[in-house]
Design a protein around this ligand. Structure first.
Ligand SMILES: Cc1cc2nc3c(=O)[nH]c(=O)nc-3n(C[C@H](O)[C@H](O)[C@H](O)COP(=O)(O)OP(=O)(O)OC[C@H]3O[C@@H](n4cnc5c(N)ncnc54)[C@H](O)[C@@H]3O)c2cc1C
Length: 395
């Protein structure tokens, strides 16, 4: 397998690079530029940036043209993400449920009217989505969920509680899984819904995370009425649709590109952090770790390419995405912990304090990286999937 760009791919890479250079928000990347601190203003800034990407032809690269996409191949997608990460362009995680989960799920499983209604507003950055899957008693064991959806005429009446719902406060819409039939096995009787977050009966309570931010929330549903038109797939047949969503959540092709940038930042940090009469980058133990990380990023990149090529053949992300998720979550945590080892106690000084290094970036990242082995399926669950579905080991 030749992993170098073909001339056409190299031209495409150059096109992405030049476009980003000339369209990033004015002042982006300079010390004076700050993304808005206020969360609502920050989401508005990201929506604006998403619209700029869409208008430039850089949203929904793999999506069908009929829904605003460009029908490009997976290689172009990966090149795009690599260049996006390299340019350190705005992190669009707040908007990510729409393009990375809802879009692919609707393209694969949605009704025609749902595709027409929801796909383009996602690409244009007009509508933010959240993911109402987890509940206090249902995380890894998602099918144990208990939020009810009771059929009343042409509506489902939803009552229950979701938890860890990222960005619910800024979301216009939610993909929600509810139990519509409790009489069969737990994977039967689930229904996948598209819920308008401004519906009466929804109460959102933010949760404060150890980083000090409040990304995720508890969301309470009290007799919320949802039209049956908003069911994706069949009533009681939602588990299949959930599987489509989760496969896309774990099969992301972008993480190696982000981690490559993080490792570069770490190398730069080591070079400018004094150690004895030199710098941390001259310490053989630090050097060994940096080389190890660079090697693992390369392995991750190859694995992402292999996954993409599988996906190109099958059309649906497979369980191999779990390998990527497991590798990058672990690597991300080790990279961030090493930054703190290099910096010593000062590395833990938070943003806003005059003693903070890089405005508290590494202190924040150390805490945030702990989430990587929990969200999108914990590392233990990824190992189970790899054992059963990739290696074929007995349960
Ligand atoms: C930053 C962040 C954002 C999130 N955003 C969302 C969101 O937007 N929407 C949403 O629905 N959810 C979201 N989640 C929730 C996430 O999906 C769950 O936290 C995750 O699925 C784990 O579920 P749990 O927290 O209930 O832990 P549990 O499932 O209770 O697991 C507890 C521990 O037991 C282990 N364990 C459980 N079952 C097994 C098993 N069979 N074999 C081996 N070990 C096992 C787990 O690995 C874990 O270590 C988010 C989580 C985080 C951290």
């Amino acid at each position: 397998m030749d992993l170098r760009d073909t001339p056409a791919e190299a031209a495409f890479r150059q096109q992405v690079r030049s476009w980003l250079q000339s369209h990033l928000p004015a002042g982006w990347g300079t010390p004076a530029f700050r993304e808005p601190e206020d969360p609502a203003a920050h989401v508005a800034f990201l929506k604006e940036w998403q619209r700029t990407l869409y208008e430039g032809g850089w949203a929904g690269l793999a999506w069908p043209r009929a829904y605003g996409g460009r029908e490009l191949g997976l290689v172009e997608n990966i090149i795009y993400y690599e260049e996006y990460a390299r340019a350190r362009a705005p992190n669009l995680i707040h908007l990510s449920v729409g393009p990375s989960l809802v879009g692919p799920t609707l393209i694969a499983r949605g009704a025609d009217w749902q595709k027409q209604r929801f796909l383009e507003p996602i690409l244009r950055g007009e509508e933010v989505w959240c993911q109402g899957f987890s509940e206090p008693g249902a995380g890894s064991d998602l099918a144990a969920l208990r939020t009810r959806g009771e059929r009343q005429g042409d509506e489902l009446v939803v009552t229950g509680q979701k938890i860890w719902t990222s960005f619910a406060r800024y979301a216009e819409w939610c993909i929600l899984i509810v139990r519509t039939d409790a009489s069969g096995g737990k994977h039967h009787g689930l229904t996948f819904l598209l819920v308008d977050m401004s519906s009466p009966g929804i109460d959102i309570r933010p949760l404060r995370e150890m980083t000090g931010e409040s990304w995720f929330n508890e969301v309470f549903f009290d007799a919320v009425r949802v039209s049956v038109r908003n069911v994706v797939g069949e009533i009681d047949g939602g588990w299949d649709v959930v599987m489509t969503t989760l496969a896309h959540e774990r099969g992301s092709s972008a993480q190696h590109a982000r981690l490559a940038v993080e490792v570069d930042l770490l190398i730069d940090l080591a070079k400018r952090t004094p150690r004895g009469s030199g710098t941390a980058a001259q310490d053989p133990l630090v050097r060994q770790k940096l080389a190890q990380f660079a090697t693992e990023v390369a392995i991750l990149r190859m694995s992402a390419y292999r996954n993409a090529s599988e996906l190109e053949h099958s059309g649906v992300p497979g369980p191999e995405g779990s390998t990527l998720k497991l590798l990058w979550a672990d690597l991300d945590q080790r990279v961030k912990a090493t930054a703190i080892e290099i910096l010593g106690p000062r590395g833990l000084v938070p943003k806003g304090d005059p003693l903070a290094v890089d405005d508290g970036y590494w202190a924040h990242e150390l805490l945030w990286s702990r989430a990587a082995s929990i969200y999108a399926g914990t590392s233990e669950i990824q190992k189970n999937i790899i054992a059963h579905r990739v290696l074929g080991l007995p349960r």
